[in-house]
Design a binder for this molecule. Structure first.
Ligand code: NAD
Ligand code: USQ
Length: 392
């Protein structure tokens, strides 16, 4: 039985990742046709720092087989690097997508700040991939909708309300003009996303491409209903380089380690659960912008400080019988530890999207999901405390 009237052919770049895999499961379960490409670089880079996904990750072909077995659906997986333009051209030509979702970037802020080589790799990987995608969509079929994953961190933590629009009106030296919404990153990784956005906005004007540039906040969570068997789990990072804050705190709670707010812990971000992230993405895929439009969407659901999150995880852990402490550690990053934060969010709601999962309940589910893997996690105890410093 078909659930939606308009079924689409979707190519997911970065399908082997945390969000990419979960989105693939969601889309096939709604009968969309899913193709995916990945060079498995996150697997290798996580290994490089001596870590691994909290949940064991089957090889791509085994993941595809598990989708067939448990969800009775097909995913076509291409192993390849999107910075390789010939390979990307071949994949786009073969899959003939209506929409390309681009997650395929080096996505860790600490990884990008390790040293010059990691900074250069991040910039090259992320910007070369974006440029290849832009030029190949123009060449092969300019009507393809590019859904590019950016980040809320492109805006930084300004002292003004963050708008949800590509351009804003500003008065500079007494004269009014439209300027690209101001951005300021907190790492080379975040700057790579800023540069991506400038490229996308520029080539939208030049080539008339149809683009959604998503400014998404940190994602947390281990569950979506399609994960009906352990072999369908998506990756889940928790180490000091690849783990994001909520996921890290849950693993710390499971391991009996103190939760680690950096510095004062007043750092405030807009968070979204994995479930709401993939559902928001589905909404944007099924409701593309007008042909030739560059649409910016702010994708987050709840605003919290790191201290509030630590408190929520502590309470959830204690409800489950764990002893959880919070211990502030010296901040390895250079960032505001107390600041104003008020981003706008209206587009997803205007398309009928409503959030389903909230952090307070979700962190308890996450701890429950992680507890059976405690022994596996013990092996990675020494990659949890922050070592990667912005200023050495
Ligand atoms: P992830 O690292 O788990 O997934 C990214 C995938 O892209 C990986 O499987 C990796 O192997 C692949 N990849 C990287 N470079 C590639 C290349 N050149 N060619 C082919 N494949 C490549 O990260 P994620 O958490 O799933 O994030 C997905 C996207 O969403 C990223 O662009 C990230 O910047 C963005 N994002 C993530 C979060 C978050 O909290 N996880 C929040 C906001 C935005
Ligand atoms: N933090 C702590 N303690 C920790 C880990 C992190 O206090 O143990 C703090 C960080 O200093 C930071 C905040 O939590 O102030 C968020 O850190 P994070 O590691 O969860 O997120 P970040 O590095 O910004 O990156 C993640 C994803 C990235 C995505 C981004 C969204 O890795 O791909 O783009 O979240 S955003 O933060 O909106 O830019």
């Amino acid at each position: 039985m078909l659930t939606y009237e308009v079924l689409m052919r979707v190519l997911i770049l970065g399908i082997d990742g945390y969000i990419g895999w979960a989105l693939a499961l969601r889309l096939v379960s709604k009968n969309h046709e899913v193709y995916g490409m990945d060079n498995l670089s996150t697997r290798k880079a996580v290994e490089e720092i001596g870590s691994d996904s909290a949940f064991p990750l089957p090889a791509p072909e085994d993941r595809v087989n598990a989708v067939k077995k448990y969800l009775d659906a097909d995913i076509k997986f291409y192993k390849g690097d999107i910075t390789d333009k010939e390979k990307l051209r071949e994949v786009i030509k073969e899959s003939k997508p209506d929409v390309i979702v681009d997650f395929a970037e080096q996505r860790s802020a600490p990884y990008s700040m390790k040293d010059l080589d990691h900074a250069v790799y991040t910039i090259n990987n992320n910007l070369d991939g974006t440029l290849n995608l832009i030029y190949l969509v123009k060449e092969i079929d300019p009507s393809i909708h590019i859904l590019k994953m950016g980040t809320m961190g492109e805006y930084g933590t300004p002292n003004f309300d963050i708008p949800e629009s590509a351009f804003i009106e500003a008065i500079i030296n007494g004269k009014k003009d439209k300027i690209f919404t101001p951005r300021w990153g907190g790492s080379v990784y975040h700057f790579s996303k800023i540069f991506d956005s400038y490229l996308l906005a520029y080539y939208n004007q030049l080539f008339g491409l149809t683009i959604t540039d998503i400014m998404q906040g940190p994602v947390y969570g281990s569950r979506i209903p399609e994960i009906v068997n352990e072999s369908l789990r998506t990756r889940f990072d928790f180490d000091e380089v690849w783990g994001t804050v909520v996921n890290r705190f849950c693993v710390e709670a499971v391991l009996g380690l103190p939760l680690t707010p950096y510095g004062k812990g007043g750092q405030t971000r807009g968070f979204i659960s994995l479930e709401d992230s993939v559902e928001a993405l589905r909404t944007l895929i099924e409701h593309p912008p007008k042909q030739g439009e560059y649409r910016v969407v702010n994708q987050f659901m709840e605003i919290h400080s790191v201290n509030e999150i630590a408190q929520m995880v502590k309470e959830a852990g204690e409800e489950l019988g764990l002893h959880v402490e919070i211990k502030h550690v010296e901040n390895p990053r250079v960032e505001a530890e107390e600041h104003y934060y008020n981003p706008e969010r209206r587009i997803l709601e205007s398309l009928g999207f409503t959030p389903k999962r909230f952090m307070r309940e979700e962190v308890k589910n996450m701890i429950e999901d992680l507890l059976p893997y405690k022994e596996r996690l013990e092996r990675f105890k020494d990659v949890i405390m922050p070592k990667t410093k912005w200023r050495k």
